[in-house]
Design a binder for this molecule. Structure first.
Ligand code: AMP
Ligand code: MG
Length: 413
């Protein structure tokens, strides 16, 4: 059965297209990068603590390390026998009737079982003694060794994204360099004889290429490295040549335009000429029905996205993004989704699942609301800028009234 879906090239559901992309996207080889350059990369190794955290009993407060039994009756006067500062502890044993001045982050001396905060104390006798003004519970303001993490514990897993807070974890456990997946190299190519570059003033019947910029930005958000190719026009020979050269440098080629059924839609003819394996070429999706996913003979993956800029954003994020993340070994490749209540009435489509641009807000009761944008369809890329998510409307839904519960997926920004 599995082969049949490739044979007939019927329109396939979005979920099936996503599964095919996942099946075909293999992790790239790992590389080692310096910690300072590791942000936004994906771990390919589990991260193991090389020490307890905290590595010693640590004071949470500025104050006095004491024995709780010494201050059951307050005020209690204790002899100050030393000072423990962060990075310079006091390494003797505290005896009954003694206190050590201690700072936040400093090691608690042996023999002390609590720290009383400085605000509840007063030094007397020319700083030789401290008066503790309130009793403390045993263990107060001490974080005991290993209570957060034990040496040998796995603290992060392969497939996790390295974020700003992740950096602290890696640094704390001595990962001066870290093994991450190589970033996918992505060649981006726009088709269409109407296109001129951003520096040019469009002549008659021309428009500026904008898709290459959006695709490149999304590729970077998904961790890829972009290679921009010259505009390809609508010419099978030129397109074929461009795809071949793109494939030589890239792990993935992403084109826009030329995938519909018009006379000048040359992307699929070019793929056929090259002997590519086409996995799907019609998805039950609005916008984005003519999306193509293929593999070139040298193994490079190929996404042929439709030309409309909004279709580009939707199809990139549903399909190409997932591939780029899977190639980096990401644990989570799907767009974040949640349920929301529709704020306004929307229309669905026959046979196709719709992904409609929306903004999200919460009402007075904390309920998430999805408002579909007033917009002019899949060519309204100016209106689309305000969208932070897409409302998913099941296929064959005529209308969804305000108040209906819907699924929304978040767009990367
Ligand atoms: P196509 O899928 O090639 O028929 O293109 C559909 C629509 O998207 C047409 O109006 C194109 O002019 C427009 N379009 C195609 N490629 C781009 C691009 N790179 N930048 C902006 N608009 C484009
Ligand atoms: Mg075109």
């Amino acid at each position: 059965m599995k082969g049949n879906r490739f044979l007939f090239m019927s329109m396939i559901p979005v979920s099936e297209a996503i599964s095919i992309v996942a099946e075909q996207s293999q992790p790239l080889p790992a590389e080692t990068v310096a910690l300072a350059h590791a942000r936004n990369r994906f771990l390919v190794e589990d991260i193991v603590a090389d020490s307890d955290l905290p590595p010693f009993d640590r004071s949470q407060m500025d104050g006095y390390a004491i024995k709780a039994t010494d201050v059951e009756n307050v005020p209690a006067k204790l002899k100050i026998v030393g000072e423990s500062a962060a990075g310079r502890g006091w390494h003797n044993e505290i005896k009954a009737g003694e206190a050590v001045r201690i700072m936040t982050g400093a090691p608690v001396p042996v023999g002390a079982d609590s720290v009383q905060q400085v605000e509840l104390t007063r030094e007397v006798n020319g700083n030789a003694e401290v008066e503790i003004l309130e009793a403390v519970a045993r263990g107060r303001s001490i974080v005991t060794r290993g209570s957060e993490i034990k040496a040998g514990e796995t603290v992060l897993r392969a497939g996790e994204l390295i974020t700003a807070p992740t950096m602290s974890v890696l640094a704390s456990f001595g990962y001066a360099s870290v093994k991450v997946a190589r970033r996918p190299r992505v060649a981006v190519l726009a088709t269409g004889s109407e296109l001129v570059s951003v520096e040019q003033k469009p002549g008659q019947d021309q428009i500026r290429d904008s898709n290459n910029f959006t695709i490149a930005a999304y590729v970077e958000l998904a961790g890829g490295q972009v290679q921009r190719l010259p505009l390809a026009g609508d010419n099978t020979a030129l397109l074929t040549q461009q795809i071949v050269s793109a494939a030589q440098h890239g792990d993935v080629v992403i084109t826009s335009g030329g995938v519909s059924v018009g006379t000048y839609d040359f992307t699929k003819p070019a793929l056929r000429e090259l002997g590519a394996t086409i996995y799907f070429e019609r998805v039950a999706l609005r916008p984005g029905k003519p999306t193509v996913f293929a593999r070139l003979p040298n193994g490079t993956l190929f996404f042929g996205l439709p030309g409309n800029p909004v279709s580009v954003s939707v199809t990139f994020n549903l399909f190409a993004r997932a591939a780029l993340l899977a190639m980096q070994g990401a644990k989570e490749t799907a767009l974040k989704n949640e349920s929301a209540i529709l704020a306004n009435k929307i229309k669905g489509a026959a046979e196709r699942e719709s992904y409609l641009p929306a903004t999200l807000s919460t009402d007075d009761n904390g309920v998430l609301l999805a408002s579909s944008l007033k917009w002019g369809g899949s060519s309204d890329f100016v209106g689309f800028v305000r969208a932070t998510s897409l409302i998913v409307v099941p296929a064959n839904t005529q209308v969804l009234e305000a108040g209906t519960k819907v699924r929304v997926v978040h767009l990367p920004q």
